[in-house]
Design a protein around this ligand. Structure first.
Ligand SMILES: CC(C)(COP(=O)(O)OP(=O)(O)OC[C@H]1O[C@@H](n2cnc3c(N)ncnc32)[C@H](O)[C@@H]1OP(=O)(O)O)[C@@H](O)C(=O)NCCC(=O)NCCS
Length: 340
């Protein structure tokens, strides 16, 4: 669990402190240093964002907090967080001086803001990011945020369009096609870790990142076509598990769905996430009018234990169903469950 210790980066590179209104000029320069790397972005502080001159007071009035990072006496980073629609808190003004991109300062700032919000009761974190800031998108996706909701139009002099990103601190959520697309790198990482750990989920170890991403790209496409559902599970703000439901059944089996790929990263096992993912998939199946679920699991795997713990019925065993990485064939157990 997070502690409310004052955030601190690498002592040699930066120190993070609360922001003050007197930082205004330095913060405006920092934001411009980041924005000017992108074509078409203009800045009119007094016309469009006068709050930048008194940002600490601005966030204080919203019940939030502003932090500033300093390196060698210069302002090199900033971040703010405030309650939006409690228990949702919004992260904003995330900027790191270009010379420090990739240094870890962005992570340190986001750690500070997330920790503060969670300790203040946040259950969900949200943010907006200009559609042009592709580097920022990769950063937020690495931090387990997924695309959320429609694109926002700012109607400003830069013609800004913004993607919404969000994540629950803990819990399981269904991913639409935009969320699934943005979660793709993280879902691939989870699958690779599970396969490396010996899971029998259709791939042999070592699973190449491109192959794993290809699987999730196809899965995201199927979400868009209504053929598949994908859920993701977060624990302490980290996307750590997933599960999918195959909805594309033959026309005489539209009352059925197939559970596939319930995966919990080995670092997150035995905390109830597999169970939560399964419950979320069952809820989706019922919403889709499905009354029967089926799945197969390798005999003796944690998956078998999970399905038995959740009272699935065993219908039988199939010998030599799949092969392990060393070529050894293994048996699978077919399970089914009726939904109320
Ligand atoms: C199967 C898997 C999803 C379980 O995830 P998890 O988050 O660890 O599961 P949970 O913590 O929700 O466990 C729920 C129950 O399942 C049973 N269970 C899960 N893993 C178990 C294990 N390794 N040994 C014994 N029982 C286990 C227990 O009854 C557990 O309840 P308990 O912890 O109160 O005793 C995870 O081990 C995994 O990702 N495995 C690799 C991928 C895989 O094989 N997926 C299934 C393919 S369809």
């Amino acid at each position: 669990m997070a502690n409310e210790a004052e955030p601190r980066g690498s002592v040699t590179e930066w120190a993070i402190r609360r922001g003050q209104d007197s930082d205004g000029t330095a913060l405006i320069a920092l934001i411009w240093a980041c924005w000017s790397a992108y074509p078409g972005i203009k800045m009119d502080v007094d016309g469009e964002m006068p709050e930048l001159r008194r940002l600490s007071t601005f966030y204080g009035s919203l019940g939030g907090t502003l932090w500033v990072a300093e390196s060698g006496g210069r302002v090199t980073g900033m971040i703010a967080v405030h309650p939006l629609d409690p228990p949702t808190w919004e992260i904003s003004h995330v900027y790191v001086e270009p010379s420090l991109h990739g240094s870890g300062l962005g992570h340190a700032l986001l750690d500070a803001a997330e920790r503060h919000a969670i300790l203040a009761g946040a259950k969900r974190l949200a943010l907006w990011s200009d559609t042009r800031f592709d580097r920022a998108h990769r950063f937020y996706e690495k931090r387990s945020y997924v695309r959320h909701g429609p694109i926002r139009v700012l109607n400003d002099i830069s013609n800004s369009l913004e993607y919404g990103y969000a994540k629950p601190v803990d819990g399981v959520e269904s991913l639409d096609i935009a969320a699934a697309g943005s979660a793709l790198p993280r879902l691939a990482e989870i699958m690779i870790a599970c396969v490396d750990d010996g899971a029998s989920v259709g791939f042999l170890a070592p699973l190449a990142p491109d192959k794993a991403r290809m699987f999730w790209r196809q899965a995201a496409t199927e979400v868009g076509g209504g053929k598949r559902a994908i859920v993701a599970a977060w624990c302490d703000g980290v996307l750590i598990g997933t599960g999918t439901l195959d909805l594309a059944m033959a026309e005489n089996q539209r009352h059925r769905a197939e559970v596939r790929k319930i995966l919990v990263h080995p670092a997150g096992r035995r905390r109830g996430l597999g169970r939560q993912i399964m419950h979320a998939l069952e809820d989706i199946a019922m919403e889709q009018g499905r009354s029967l679920l089926t799945v197969d699991a390798r005999a003796g795997d944690p998956g078998e234990a999970l399905y038995r713990a959740e009272h699935w019925q065993e219908s039988g065993r199939i010998p030599d169903f799949a092969r392990a990485a060393d070529g050894t064939p293994h048996e699978a157990i077919v399970f089914w469950k009726r939904l109320a």
